[in-house]
Each structure stands twice: as structure tokens, then as C-alpha cells.
Design a protein around this ligand. Structure first.
Ligand code: NAD
Length: 489
């Protein structure tokens, strides 16, 4: 096993404001860029979770007692620290996840934006007061849930944890983060910077681990709410298990994002956008273009997408996929589609990067004449692969999109506004793009899909975080003037 030139200390649990060595099975943290070992992480046992939950409960009362304006002061300082440590964070994300430095920097910038949103929560959150009958007043107040947990995936080691940490904490909760064991290093830096920003000990904790800790989080009576981001298979397991132990849960799953491309789409812009969407972060974005439905005479667009795809070079403007297993899985999807009659126009299999032969690279791949029954048309491939399906008209394209079990994102490419609106109104996805390949809603708009891309109610970021991370207390008050005592006499 080769050791990376840049190695990092073991990823530890972070409990009550201190990094702790924990018992359990150690596992290497591999940089997918070259296959070398970057660090290690110990997969915790349930006792570590118990300790973290106890620490969070000890901190909860004092943290919740602060006003929201006081709590967000931590995130003003945290945001400044993220700016200060931007280069280091970028390198960490690049090394542990395998995305390019440019993509890693974009991820860090998005984390900064998420922290900014939390700083604005005091201006956004509002309670109501009304005289509901003569002399009787009713008011609402947003009360934190208490101790909550956030379980995150490998593909955005920095950004996805920040979908939940700043908002949940600013709204008065204490948190246990369970990062992906494949990329546990960015979370270590988040903990260090939160402490530096003045977050009281115990408000934020990390427990590293795998399935066992996720299950223990779902079952733990000391945890009131759970968010999960990852594959649909695990999201559905976590949603069922957490809600069956009466927790509030929001579980975001995988995706199969469809792009509906009409013949009048702007050629250069659409082709560049679609190629970037399918290959960005090596196709490992839950918002990546994965299935394109080409409507009518669109050969010229397909050809231009292939030209753009050929400009995307592994190791230069394309990062690695996360693991050897991921590379093999992607290869299997391509091979099966080809064997079933699809035509591979650009073939990214067998990609290697000189000097990084141990890395896990798949080049951009474009496959035409995919049919809706093929696995590559229905399942999440999670690699830089665009499956092109053909449709005779826009209604057939919409039917294909609607038949997907997923519903994260969907985009339409056309210069016809009426047609764009027709498609946008009919696709079955939570996030829709018009001439945009990766239609991520930026703050303050919330992020979240539909169908099997999301289990639970509401979205995970933006204003939707307020009802998820709080419960509403309704206080009804009556004063009786006739019973007043005049204390002045
Ligand atoms: P994953 O489901 O394998 O893992 C996610 C988390 O669940 C990790 O922390 C992991 O330790 C844990 N886990 C894995 N197997 C488990 C099991 N059997 N029981 C309990 N916990 C388990 O996902 P991943 O491979 O890390 O991430 C990629 C997936 O995440 C893709 O499907 C992608 O679409 C999805 N994703 C979705 C969104 C979204 O917003 N919908 C965002 C990012 C990623």
C-alpha cells in the first residue's frame, strides 16, 4: 500500500470539544487521485455515539438559551475562517474526494455561502403575535429540536455537512455529524474551525463510522431529528428506521437526472453545458446530467456534445471517481448498454493518468440509442456518463422523464419560452433547469428533490431548514385587568 506524499493524522471522533482516539476497526483513507493512503479512520462502536450524545445533551440547555442573534455570531466568525483557510480546505477536498482543484474550490465557496445563509437566519425567522380574542394573545416561538444528527455521503465532503451544520446549530440544536468513512478529513477541519470560531464544546460532535453507527443514530433515544444524504437504498432504510423510533427525519437519496433537448436549443451553449453537467465532479453529483432525451432532429447537438466531451481530459479538467469499485461499476453499465445495442460515441473506459496509475479514472462517455428498458437509462450510474435516449416528440420525452423512480433534477434545453414552460411544468423533479445543466437552487432557495430522491417533508437547506430544525411553541396568554393589584398604594 503506497503512502501519499501528503499524509494526514488519523481522523478522530470529536466529542465535547476534543478529538478522541476511539476503539474500533481502523480503515485507510485512500486518495482516489492516485490510490495512495492519505490517512486512516477508526469505525466507532456504539459507546462512542453514547458519549457524543451525552456531551451534546450537556451543552444543549445553555446553547438553546442564547438568542439566535447571539448564536449566529459564531457563524460570522466561522465564515471568515473559511475564507482564511480556503486554500487548505480546497486541497483537502481535492485529495480525499478526487475532484479537480477548481471543483474543490467551488465546493468550499458553496460552503461559505451556506454559512452566510445561517448568519441571515435572525432576519428571516419570524414569530407571530396576535390578539386572538379580547385580552387574549397568541404567539409562536421556534424552539430547537434538541440533539440532532446529520449523516453525509462521500461526494461533497465539505459542502454537504454544511447543508446542515450552520442552520441546525444557529437554530439552537446540538449536533452529531457522521461523515462518510471514505472522506472523513474535511469534517475534522470543520470541527477545528468551529471551535476556533467560539462554538461552545459539545454543541458540535463527530462520530466516525459506517452502517453500525448510522443504525445506532436511528435507534438512539437521545437524538430527536436526523438528516441523511446518500444513496436511495440507504436513504430509505434510514428514513424507515429513524421514523419508526419516532424521530423527525429527512433523507435525501440518489438521482437519475434527465435533460430534455429540443432541436432549436442553442448549439454551442447547450453542448458545453450538457458535457460539463455530465462530467463535472466525475459525474458524482446528485445533480449531474445522466440521461438525455434528444427530441426529433438533434443529431447536430449530439455531435457537438461529443466534441465537447473529447475536450475533457482525466487528470486535467476531470477528476477521479471515488474507488476501484466505482470505476468497475461504471464500466459494467457501459458494457451492458453496449451489449444491448446502444452505441458508445465517446468511450471513457480504460482511462489512465500518467504518473497516477493507481488512481480511479473514467473518461467522459457518451452513449447514444439507449432505450428506456436498459439499466443505464433507469439506474444511477454516478460517473461521467451521458446516456442518450431518442424521442419523436416532447410528450414522449416527458413520459420517459416521468417514468423514472427518482426526481432530483430535470432540465430542458430550447430557445422557445413556451416550450420550456410546457416541459418545466410537466417534469417530475424537485429542481428544474431551463438551459441549465446543473439547476442547483442557490441560497436562499432550498435544495431538495422529489420521489425516491427524497424521503420526508420539506427541503434540506434555505428557509426549509427552519421548520425541520425547530418545533413551534404556541403560547396563549390572558391578562385580567380586573384582578390587578395597585402596588403603588
Ligand atoms: P451511501 O448511501 O453509500 O452512504 C451515505 C452514508 O450512509 C455514509 O455516511 C455511509 O457511511 C452510510 N451508509 C452506507 N451504507 C449504509 C447502510 N447499509 N446502512 C446505514 N448506513 C450506511 O452514499 P455515498 O456512496 O456515500 O454517496 C453517493 C450517493 O449520495 C449517490 O447516490 C448520490 O446521488 C447521493 N447524494 C444525494 C444527494 C441529494 O441531495 N439527493 C446529495 C449528495 C449525494
Amino acid at each position: 500500500m503506497s503512502i501519499h506524499a501528503l499524509s494526514f493524522p488519523e481522523a478522530r471522533n470529536y466529542i465535547a470539544g476534543a478529538f478522541r482516539q476511539n476503539g474500533g476497526r481502523a480503515m485507510p483513507v485512500i486518495s482516489p487521485l492516485d490510490g495512495a493512503t492519505l490517512s486512516s479512520v477508526t469505525l466507532s462502536d456504539k459507546e462512542a455515539l453514547d458519549e457524543a450524545v451525552a456531551a451534546a445533551h450537556r451543552a444543549a440547555r445553555d446553547w438553546a438559551a442564547l438568542t439566535i442573534k447571539e448564536r449566529v455570531q459564531v457563524f460570522f466568525r466561522f465564515r471568515a475562517l473559511l475564507e482564511e483557510h480556503k486554500a487548505e480546505l480546497t486541497e483537502l477536498v481535492h485529495l480525499e474526494n478526487g475532484k479537480t482543484r477548481e471543483e474543490a474550490e467551488a465546493e468550499v465557496l458553496k460552503g461559505i455561502e451556506l454559512s452566510e445563509f445561517a448568519c441571515s437566519l435572525p432576519q428571516i425567522i419570524s414569530d407571530e403575535v396576535q390578539e386572538v380574542s379580547k385580552g387574549v394573545e397568541c404567539r409562536t416561538s421556534h424552539v430547537p429540536m434538541g440533539v440532532v444528527a446529520s449523516i453525509t455521503p462521500f461526494n461533497f465532503p465539505f459542502m454537504v455537512p454544511l447543508w446542515t451544520i450552520p442552520n441546525a446549530l444557529s437554530l439552537g440544536n446540538c449536533m452529531i455529524l457522521k461523515p462518510s468513512e471514505q472522506v472523513p478529513l474535511s469534517a475534522q477541519k470543520i470541527a477545528t474551525l468551529l471551535k476556533q470560531a467560539g462554538l461552545p464544546d459539545g454543541v458540535f460532535n463527530i462520530v466516525n463510522g459506517d452502517k453500525e453507527i448510522v443504525e445506532a443514530i436511528c435507534d438512539h433515544p437521545g437524538i430527536q431529528a436526523v438528516t441523511f444524504v446518500g444513496s436511495t437504498r440507504v436513504a430509505s432504510i434510514v428514513y424507515r428506521r429513524a421514523t419508526s423510533s419516532l424521530k423527525r427525519a429527512l433523507c435525501l437519496g440518489g438521482a437519475k437526472n434527465h435533460l430534455i433537448v429540443l432541436p432549436d436549443a442553442n448549439l454551442a451553449m447547450s453542448a458545453a453545458n450538457i458535457a460539463a453537467s455530465m462530467s463535472g465532479c466525475a459525474g458524482q453529483r446528485c445533480m449531474a446530467a445522466s440521461a438525455m432525451v434528444a427530441v426529433g432532429k438533434t443529431d447536430h447537438i449530439v455531435q457537438k456534445i461529443c466534441e465537447e466531451a473529447r475536450k475533457i481530459i482525466p487528470g486535467k479538467n476531470l477528476g477521479s471517481v471515488i474507488s476501484k469499485e466505482a470505476k468497475e461499476r461504471i464500466g459494467r453499465y457501459i458494457a451492458e448498454a453496449e451489449a444491448a445495442g446502444a452505441k458508445v460515441l465517446v468511450d471513457g473506459r480504460n482511462a489512465t493518468v500518467p504518473g497516477k496509475e493507481g488512481g480511479f479514472y473514467v473518461g467522459p462517455t457518451v452513449i447514444d440509442y439507449v432505450t428506456p428498458d436498459m439499466a443505464i437509462a433507469r439506474e444511477e450510474v454516478f460517473g461521467p456518463v451521458l446516456a442518450i435516449l431518442r424521442a419523436d416528440d416532447v410528450d414522449e420525452a416527458i413520459r420517459i422523464e416521468n417514468s423514472s423512480n427518482y426526481g432530483n433534477a430535470s432540465s430542458v434545453f430550447t430557445e422557445n419560452g413556451g416550450m420550456a414552460q410546457y416541459v418545466a411544468e410537466r417534469v417530475s423533479a424537485g429542481m428544474v433547469g431551463v438551459n441549465i445543466g446543473v439547476p442547483v437552487p442557490r441560497e436562499p432557495f432550498p435544495f431538495g428533490g422529489w420521489n425516491e430522491s427524497r424521503f420526508g417533508v420539506g427541503d434540506i437547506t434555505g428557509k426549509s431548514s427552519i421548520p425541520f430544525w425547530t418545533q413551534l411553541k404556541k403560547t396563549t396568554t390572558k391578562w385580567n385587568p380586573e384582578a390587578w393589584t395597585d402596588w403603588t398604594t
